[in-house]
Design a protein around this ligand. Structure first.
Ligand SMILES: *[C@@H]1O[C@H](CO)[C@@H](O)[C@H](O)[C@H]1NC(C)=O
Ligand SMILES: *[C@@H]1O[C@H](CO)[C@@H](O)[C@H](O)[C@H]1NC(C)=O
Ligand SMILES: *[C@@H]1O[C@H](CO)[C@@H](O)[C@H](O)[C@H]1NC(C)=O
Ligand SMILES: *[C@@H]1O[C@H](CO)[C@@H](O)[C@H](O)[C@H]1NC(C)=O
Length: 464
């Protein structure tokens, strides 16, 4: 019975050996504890009620606030109160890239139409609308322009999470691509109108070897933030002794220590004393069987006319008949990699129309190179029509019906990318009208069956 725990326990057990005098006290005791329980319950009730009232009142003021805001919105011609800016839904499908931030480097600059993890990095609500849209629709595409000054260099780098497909709009560049394993390097002078293809994680560089500026229009196969590593950053992030053991230079680690990281980001590099640094540059070209895995002469390829304009394609073809040797190499190379894109240039003649259609198996992204136009998109929950101009990026989610019309005196010229490495599947408005029985059309449109004979059958020429 020396056990403390037992004694304490024992105390609370009502003793049956107590005398008759005790019950009174015990009664008092128990009514006292009942009182305590009652008070605790009362307190709990009061607290719960108070919290409930507080929560309700918060919700109520919130909704009042919302109603007030709405009222202000409806009446904003007279009100001076600041009103939240509504973003036009067209910006889900349109990015005015010319207005976006120019990321400047010593040797050139980059502009982006892309998704950002950190919303504060968007320059405007319009840009944010587009970024969120391409991410929500899982576009598998991000767009950027890359300008490189004469002699400038996009330093060797690789992308962890995307293939890169690009179109050289102007200039000449010497491009190198390094494969895995026996590090085969493929180098080529790419010229305006040609296409580049850098599979995910292949190391590549781009050096402007012409007198004029280079302008690349680039598509990356991700709707997340693009993840990239530049070779100079990788070098400076490697401990000196490790770099020395990997590269085995004369002078060992002391030589490695002579490297100095530049203060400015050298992603596109152009040292002021380049002449002193480089004495003997040669721009060799790899054999055709290597080159055409990563390059394609889009401008020189077959034209596919349709009533409103002309398509040209850089893509995989299941049926290689009709492709020449270099085109076959490119087509097969695309097919060897996952998540590749189909690229095209589209020329729509002055006032021509790329008629309403949709794709079964690809999102579409495009950039206006010249001309101006009007675009319409019917997505699952929104419809919008808007004008497009030079420098605009457009996006059509898979399945959304869209048209592109040229509206000025010059041709509208675009570079387009589709998120499929396979044959693109398309259905045009006139085709699905004709595919639908005229009595079905009569029934849906409350229009006599005969009336539908007025819509002529399309000529079988397609833009494919
Ligand atoms: C590539 O361009 C450089 C610089 O203009 C030139 O010297 C070289 O001959 C070109 N190579 C080929 C194969 O055209
Ligand atoms: C210049 O480069 C070429 C090709 O890499 C090489 O054959 C030649 O010996 C080099 N000349 C000098 C002076 O380094
Ligand atoms: C193969 O086609 C490309 C365009 O895709 C063209 O530039 C090239 O000259 C053609 N090659 C031959 C040998 O005809
Ligand atoms: C490939 O296309 C050609 C015409 O371009 C056609 O004659 C041939 O039958 C096609 N082959 C297959 C396997 O579809």
């Amino acid at each position: 019975m020396d056990n403390q725990a037992f004694e304490m326990h024992g105390e609370s057990i009502p003793s049956s050996s107590k005398t008759a005098e005790w019950p009174k006290k015990e009664e008092r005791k128990s009514s006292c504890s009942l009182m305590k329980i009652f008070l605790v319950c009362l307190l709990a009730c009061v607290i719960t009620t108070a919290i409930g009232v507080l929560v309700l009142s918060l919700i109520y003021t919130e909704s009042i606030g919302f109603i007030q805001r709405t009222v202000v919105k409806n009446d904003d011609t007279t009100s001076q109160a600041p009103v939240e800016k509504e973003v036009d839904i067209k910006f889900r499908f349109l990015n005015q890239l010319g207005k976006s931030k120019v990321h400047r480097f010593p040797g050139g600059d980059i502009q982006w139409a892309r998704f950002r993890n950190d919303v504060n990095e968007y320059e405007s609500v319009e840009e944010m609308e587009f970024g969120k849209s391409i991410n929500n629709f899982r576009s598998k595409m991000t767009f950027g322009t890359l300008r490189i000054k004469s002699n400038g260099l996009r330093v060797p780098h690789w992308h962890f999470n995307a293939n890169e497909h690009g179109y050289l709009l102007k200039g000449t560049a010497w491009v190198g691509v390094v494969d895995a394993d026996d590090s085969v390097v493929t180098t080529y002078n790419v010229t305006a109108g040609q296409v580049i293809f850098f599979p995910r994680n292949t190391l590549h560089w781009i050096k402007n070897i012409g007198k004029e500026e280079c302008l690349f229009l680039l598509f990356f196969t991700t709707h997340e933030e693009l993840k990239t590593l530049d070779v100079d950053d990788a070098f400076f992030s490697t401990p000196e002794d490790i770099a020395a053991r990997a590269l085995k230079p004369q002078g060992g680690v002391n030589f490695i220590r002579t490297f100095k990281k530049q203060t400015e980001d050298q992603a596109i590099n152009l040292p002021p004393n380049l002449q002193e640094l480089v004495q003997n540059a040669s721009y060799v070209q790899s054999p055709d069987n290597l080159v055409w895995r990563y390059f394609y002469d889009l401008k020189g390829s077959s034209e596919y006319p349709f009533p409103g304009g002309i398509f040209q394609w850089a893509r995989y073809r299941i049926n290689g008949t009709g492709l020449n040797e270099t085109e076959k190499i490119f087509s097969e190379s695309l097919n060897k990699h996952e998540n590749t894109l189909t690229l095209a240039t589209l020329r729509i003649f002055s006032n021509g129309l790329g008629q309403p259609h949709f794709h079964f198996n690809a999102n579409e992204m495009g950039y206006v190179i010249s001309g101006c136009g009007k675009v319409g998109v019917i997505a699952s929950d929104v419809t919008t029509n808007f004008n497009i101009d030079i420098g605009d990026v457009i996006f059509f989610p898979v399945g959304s019906q869209h048209y592109i019309k040229s509206v000025c005196d010059e041709d509208l010229f675009l570079i387009l990318a589709y998120s499929t490495g396979n044959q693109l599947e398309t259905l045009r408005m006139n085709d699905y009208f004709h595919a639908t029985a005229d009595h079905i059309l009569a029934q849906i449109f409350f229009k006599e069956q005969n009336e539908f004979k007025k819509i002529p059958k399309a000529s079988k020429k397609s833009g494919k």
